[in-house]
Ligand binder design. Structure first.
Ligand code: ARG
Length: 470
């Protein structure tokens, strides 16, 4: 933080906005003000926005075609320099917008100074980040589809693999693994639909709102909106520069998705434990212990569970930044980018890891089947049979079944192990037919209601899911 450094900063920034300043910012001011360390991620969007703006300015006769051509050629060169790592980003130039504009001036001279006509960094940055988030939503949709495909493939294999279904993490009723996995495919389907909704809502162009109030130049906001793939220009210039709903909405979509991934991760952790023993991750997605040679740890699942906290935190951080801001742009909004980037990176990695884990996992069908019958899991089937076969009101059937469960518990056996005589001791009308509903296969096969766990229904829903999502 020397004086010398301060002078060199002043020399750099004065080219952009230093006309009325005598001294440059202090090193601390530069450090808190600069966003280039992270907003360089917006370079492609910034160049696309500037190109559309320059073309529109020329078409409207605001700048010459010659200048517009020089600007666009220069911008292409800058894009190549950045991609080849031959671009020097300078904190003294604060952000990606001024870094690119300064370089453009080096390359093409004074014509570069015409690019910022009828534009402000306020509409520029809103446009750039929106374009970035739009791409992120498209990438998210592809990643979600890949995970759905992995789940659906395993669900097809296990459409009739019986496992215990749980409520309160207590054995409830037998279900199939295919049915259980398809529950997650549904959640991800809603995530995709939320992302698609958000994309439609955000697809309005802020460009041309300028600093906050619009401009006296005869710009064509419809033309720049169209060139950038927006559906229309945003209707209110004040809103356009101060709106960060699109970033908050993206992160809200992401946070709900992260909750889904975390729940699946939690199940993987449980299922991979020796206590459950339902699932085995491939070597590629397991880790060992440095001291306990027997261990296969589900680290990726644990980390996905943890990263949900980071995603939710990132969403919170931007909402808290935004909630106190008066209209219109405030520099606080510069802090919108890091949470957005963190969410995108975290989700891409989490989704790739989850897809890899699911694709390569194997399941212990015998173990799941054995567990499915434990804990009197077919008690509801027995009660339903009493209703269907004996015409009992369900509440009475529930009571009779409870007495039978108690008897089995006292005898230390399963419901299916009670003799007919023992059952008739509880209700004399019970017949031999009851045993047909007490097996786990019969139990799942009987649940044919739409959306239920019967294997034929699960296969039908898988067909629907493939047509809808893959
Ligand atoms: N780097 C700034 C941001 O990300 C760009 C906009 C700055 N606008 C301004 N009037 N200082 O928000």
């Amino acid at each position: 933080m020397t004086d010398k450094k301060d002078k060199s900063i002043a020399a750099d920034t004065s080219a952009m906005w230093g006309g009325r300043f005598e001294a440059g910012p202090s090193a601390v001011m530069e450090a808190i003000n600069a966003s280039i360390s992270f907003d360089k991620a917006l370079y492609a969007q910034d160049i696309a926005g500037s190109t559309a703006h320059a073309r529109m300015l020329a078409k409207q006769g605001i700048i010459s075609d010659v200048d517009a051509d020089a600007i666009c050629t220069g911008l292409q060169k800058i894009a190549a320099e950045i991609e080849d790592c031959g671009f020097e980003f300078k904190a003294a130039l604060e952000d990606i917008h001024m870094n690119i504009e300064a370089r453009l001036r080096d390359l093409i001279g004074d014509a570069a100074g015409r690019l910022h006509t009828a534009r402000s960094r306020n509409d520029q940055v809103a446009t750039d980040l929106k374009l970035w988030v739009r791409d992120a939503l498209d990438g998210l949709d592809r990643d979600l589809q890949a995970l759905q495909a992995a789940l659906i493939t395993q669900a097809e294999t296990h459409a009739d693999s019986v496992m215990p279904g749980f409520t309160h993490l207590q054995t409830a009723q037998p279900v199939t693994l295919g049915h259980h996995l398809m529950a997650y495919a549904e959640m991800l389907g809603r995530d995709r639909s939320r992302a698609a909704d958000a994309r439609v809502r955000m697809n309005e162009s802020p460009l041309g709102a300028v600093a906050l109030a619009g401009t006296s130049f005869p710009i064509d906001r419809h033309a720049t909106a169209e060139a950038l793939g927006f559906d229309r220009p945003a209707a209110n210039s004040l809103d356009a520069v101060s709106d960060r709903d699109f970033a908050m909405e993206y992160m809200s979509v992401a946070a709900i998705l992260a909750v889904h991934l975390s729940r699946l991760a939690e199940e993987i952790v449980l299922w991979c434990s020796s206590q459950f023993g339902y699932m085995r991750l491939s070597d590629a997605y397991s880790t060992g212990s440095s001291i306990m040679p027997q261990k296969r740890n589900p680290d990726a699942a644990e980390l996905i569970r943890a990263k949900a906290g980071r995603v939710i935190g990132a969403m919170n951080s931007l909402m808290i930044v935004m909630k106190g801001l008066p209209m219109t742009y405030g520099k606080d909004m510069q802090d919108d980018k890091e949470p957005v980037f963190e969410v995108a990176n975290t989700l891409a990695l989490s989704l790739a890891a989850m897809t890899g884990m699911i694709e390569s996992a194997t399941f212990d069908k015998a173990r799941m089947r054995a567990d499915a019958g434990k804990g009197f899991s077919t008690a509801t089937d027995l009660a339903d049979w009493l209703v269907r076969a004996l015409g009992m009101p369900f509440r009475d059937a529930h009571h009779v079944t409870g007495a039978l469960v108690k008897l089995a518990e006292t005898n230390g056996c399963g419901l299916e192990d009670l003799s007919l005589a023992e059952m008739q001791g509880v209700d004399q009308d019970i017949t031999d037919d009851v045993f047909a509903v007490l097996g786990v296969d019969n139990s799942v096969a009987s649940r044919v209601s739409y959306g239920g766990t019967a294997p034929e229904g699960v296969r039908a829903r898988i067909r629907d899911a493939k047509a809808r999502w893959l």
